[in-house]
Design a protein around this ligand. Structure first.
Ligand SMILES: Cc1cc2nc3c(=O)[nH]c(=O)nc-3n(C[C@H](O)[C@H](O)[C@H](O)COP(=O)(O)OP(=O)(O)OC[C@H]3O[C@@H](n4cnc5c(N)ncnc54)[C@H](O)[C@@H]3O)c2cc1C
Length: 534
């Protein structure tokens, strides 16, 4: 649906940041050094994927480690699709960004003044900093949110849902927003930064909280900014699989500390799949777990912690220990039933090395964006760092490039999807999630993808009965699933997290990235950065 809005009498803020995870909070704090920032978020300030991050933040801070080693690990995990200059920015600028968090008061775990670091899958060195054991995201969020709330240059609007971006001649001018009281308002800005996070909620089993519905991806796509690599969804191999318990993440750091994966017969299986066994890249471990489950018809395998002392488990993983205990499982005594779950979207809004999208004045960073750092498979604990590094790059760009204030177009356009007018939003959302999980999961095949496409043909746009967050989220998720199906069908090979039984091997001809835009489906060589004329 397209609506035109008059700008007469409207004021324009310098910066609008949409989202309050690590990317949004951090970018808002940096931009506030330049000028006033409005930060909106659809739930509370602290509700985000970031808040649930457990394992930590990967960064080469130890004297025996180096950004070069971190670079090599990231490129290897990315299975040929990482963009080298973006990875170089991540690993070389990461240490300074993390030092900034430390200066701001993020209490990373340390002993006798030395930061504690864990090794996670596919890292060649222990370089993952954590806070309060396995509550890293919560601790980072707490400090950043406190600073944002105390900052005189930042206005925070919680429970404000971005419905659509506002565009006109000259690019993006802010967003159409649904406030808590149901009132629609336009928030105009000279520069808009999307930091709306990922889309795990399109799957039935996911580690992501309810806010992760991929809104920003849909908003950007409909406003004219292309998306890239949407076929690459990371499935985490070990989410809690216990009757009555939520799909709670059991961080990779548990395997980093010595946790062993066993099948229903109690046999350790990872060494027969990969030389790095439990610490193989995530996509390998997730597919191996899936295979073991398929062989036995079981819906889970076990994570055995018997090599870890009860003291270490309680000290290092207090959050996991307490959560499992709440559901009747004492993990110091019994193995954890686990199964794979949708965890992270590697693809996202195509951005250049300054966080700029194809649409002038629209920037993006964090999980919603795709600078090319994760390729076909994200290296564990690289995403929190990604949000900081590219948030800082947006800040540097906007500091160096004075924002011109051209005459505001008299009218701006907002486009949002209105493909279905469901009687029952909850039932439709569930049906969509089941469709995505069945056809777009860890193992894919052309026939399934085509069947799902047929089931999701866009319906005739209808005027919505009333705009609400659940209604709009469902529309965005539906659009996104369709785009992901198109990308997954187009990539006729297996690489990283994308596995096709009908094309089970990687194909060098596919060392390229799939780009989706209003014009259709296209691709660019994997080593070519996105560049825009503005
Ligand atoms: C359980 C779990 C554990 C993880 N562990 C780790 C880890 O140990 N290390 C690591 O590096 N990564 C980890 N990740 C991944 C990492 O947490 C995320 O990729 C990262 O936090 C994303 O940050 P972000 O700021 O881009 O998005 P988010 O943190 O997801 O924030 C997005 C924000 O946008 C808001 N929003 C969304 N749509 C709208 C809208 N339409 N209007 C207004 N606001 C909107 C949301 O409410 C939210 O505030 C984990 C993820 C999960 C789910």
């Amino acid at each position: 649906m397209k609506i035109n809005l008059s700008t007469a009498g409207q004021s324009v803020a310098p910066f609008l940041v949409i989202g309050s995870g690590i990317a949004g909070l951090y970018t808002a704090l940096k931009l506030a050094e330049i000028d006033a920032v409005t930060l909106i978020t659809k739930d509370t300030l602290e509700e985000s994927n970031t808040s649930y991050a457990q394992g930590g933040i990967a960064v080469a801070l130890s004297p025996a480690d180096s950004p070069e080693l971190h670079y090599t690990d990231t490129i290897q995990a990315g299975a040929g699709l990482c963009l080298p200059p973006a990875v170089a920015a991540l690993v070389h600028e990461g240490p300074e960004r993390v030092q900034e968090l430390i200066t701001w008061g993020v209490p990373f775990d340390a002993e006798a003044g030395t930061l504690l670091m864990t090794r996670e899958a596919a890292h060649s060195y222990p370089r993952v900093l954590h806070a309060d054991g396995d509550a890293t995201g919560r601790e980072i969020t707490k400090i950043l949110a406190q600073r944002v709330l105390a900052h005189p240059q930042i206005t925070v609007k919680e429970n404000h849902y971005a419905v659509a971006l506002l565009t006109g001649e000259g690019g993006c001018y802010g967003a159409l927003v649904l406030a808590e009281n149901g009132i629609q308002t336009s928030l105009l800005a000279e520069a808009t930064v999307l930091t709306t996070g990922g889309c795990g909620q399109i799957f039935t089993d996911t580690t992501n909280p309810a806010v992760a519905t991929g809104d920003g991806l849909a908003l950007a796509f409909l406003a004219g900014a292309p998306l890239a690599d949407l076929e690459f969804v990371q499935f985490h191999p070990t989410a809690l699989h216990l009757d009555g318990a939520p799909c709670f993440l059991i961080t990779e750091a548990v395997r980093g500390e010595g946790g062993i994966l066993r099948n229903q017969k109690g046999i350790r299986f990872m060494p027969s799949y990969h030389e790095q066994a439990e610490l193989a890249p995530r996509d390998v471990v997730a597919r191996s777990v899936w295979s073991e489950m398929a062989k036995t018809g079981a819906d889970h395998v076990y994570l055995d912690l018997s090599l870890l002392s009860a003291d270490l488990i309680k000290r290092r993983f207090p959050n996991i220990y307490e959560t499992c205990l709440r559901y009747g499982l004492d993990i110091t005594k019994a193995p954890i039933p686990v199964a794979p779950a949708a965890h992270y979207m590697m693809g996202g809004i195509a951005i250049d090395l300054h966080g700029r999208t194809a649409l002038p004045r629209l920037f993006a960073c964090g999980e919603v964006a795709n600078p090319g750092v994760h390729g076909a498979n994200r290296l564990a604990s690289n995403s929190l760092l990604d949000g900081l590094v590219f948030g800082h790059r947006i800040f540097e760009y906007l500091k160096e490039h004075p924002r011109t204030s051209p005459a505001l177009p008299p009218e701006l356009t907002a486009v949002f999807p209105t493909e279905t007018n469901p009687e029952n939003l909850t039932a439709d959302r569930l049906a969509l999630k089941e469709l995505a999980s069945t056809h777009l999961g860890i193992i894919r095949r052309a026939e399934d993808l085509q069947n799902a496409q047929r089931l999701l043909v866009p319906l005739t746009p209808e005027a919505p009965r009333a705009l609400s967050r659940p209604y709009l989220e469902l529309q965005n998720m539906r659009l996104l699933v369709r785009l992901m199906l198109n990308a997954a069908l187009a990539r006729q090979e297996s690489r990283g997290s994308h596995f096709r039984v009908d094309y089970p091997e990687p194909d060098p001809a596919w060392t390229k990235r799939i780009v989706l835009s209003a014009a259709g489906i296209d691709s660019i060589p994997a080593d070519q950065p996105f560049t825009w004329p503005w």
